[in-house]
Every structure is written in structure tokens, then in C-alpha cells.
Design a protein around this ligand. Sequence first.
Ligand SMILES: Cc1cc2nc3c(=O)[nH]c(=O)nc-3n(C[C@H](O)[C@H](O)[C@H](O)COP(=O)(O)O)c2cc1C
Length: 194
Amino acid sequence: MKRKLGPTERIYPMPCPLVVGGTAEEYGALAVAWVGVATATPPSLAMALRRTRHTLELIRRTSTFTVNIPATALATQVDFCGITSGKGRDKIAEAGLTTAPSSLVEAPIIVECAYNLECRVTHEIELGEYVLVIGEVIESHAEESVLDESGTKIDVGALDPLIYIAGSREYRSLGPVVGPAFSMGKALRPDVED
Ligand SMILES: Cc1cc2nc3c(=O)[nH]c(=O)nc-3n(C[C@H](O)[C@H](O)[C@H](O)COP(=O)(O)O)c2cc1C
């Protein structure tokens, strides 16, 4: 028997990257779980930021931001960046994290996050209490230690990305592999083309 839970934005799981705005001299970061893929072509991400976020002000200065994927080992640092405002203080340094220049955008990356995406803002949409910021990903890079044998793709097991669960408000890690995508479904009708 299903029970109605009312209108909700909660889907499971949610990623929980650190999003950085600003410049090498003045930067800020926040934890963002209300983020996801907007489109694949062009590669773009969308995130919902409350208007009051200091990092939103910094993102607007350069119209760029970086999305930095933390491992589960960084949960405490991510949470810290999600519960303290960076206005007037270097929250990233206080969390024991360091920044480095991006290759194409003004907003820096976070060194301790193994996978980083550099984005240029393409749209800002006012939505209720939020601003939906959409950014085109113009470069990405990753530590070799989180790449698969081909050296071109992320090995998510090695990346061990931090996951956020809305509702219970807890951080989790990925579970085991279930099976190959774009392929398992053929068990139901082997003549299906990719
Ligand atoms: C797990 C988690 C997820 C969060 N997701 C978002 C989000 O998607 N959008 C948002 O505006 N704030 C989100 N926050 C809150 C901001 O990270 C937090 O208010 C932060 O202190 C803002 O920092 P700033 O004012 O320096 O930008 C989240 C916080 C946590 C702990």
C-alpha cells in the first residue's frame, strides 16, 4: 500500500559537491545538493541556490563557478562548508581545504576534490526562493588515481563520491554495481538495438 507524501523535490540519491565562485584572490564555496545534469549537449549543470548565499554573489562577479566532487572522507569538511557562511572569512582554509587556479575560468578549484568541473554561467532563472543557475561545463579534470584503465573515464569506485540523502539528512556512499546499463534490459527482448 502506497502512502501520499505530498509535493516534494526529494529524489534519491543527491550528489553533494562543493561549488566555488569568485577569483584566486577572493573566493567562496558552499555545499550544493540541489544540483544535477541540465543537458549533455552542450554539457551543462543546473543548481538551485538561495538568493542569500554569499557564494552566489561571488559567482555573479565572474559568471563562472567550479563543481568539485568530494570523496566520502571529506564529509566533515563539506558539511562545514554547508553550515557556515563564507562572508568575511576564508571558509575553505578553515575547513583545511586548498584552492588552485582553474584552467579556463576565474573561479578556482578545490585541490582535495579529485574531480573538478569548470563552468561558465549561461542562464539564471528566478524560481521561488531560489535562483536556478545553469552553467556550461567548459573543462573538467581528475586525479589519475580516480581514472579507469583507459585513463579517460572516471572510476566511480575510486572517486567514492559523497552522497546526500534529503529527509534523513545524512551522507552516504555508493553501493555495489548492479549491472551494465544500455544492456541489461535486452534480457527482456534480445532483438532491442542500442
Ligand atoms: C548537505 C547540504 C546541501 C546543501 N545544498 C544547498 C543547495 O543545493 N543550495 C543552497 O542554496 N544551499 C545549500 N546548502 C546550504 C549552503 O551550503 C550553506 O547555506 C552555506 O553556508 C552557504 O555558504 P555561503 O553563504 O558562504 O555561500 C546545503 C547545505 C548542506 C549541509
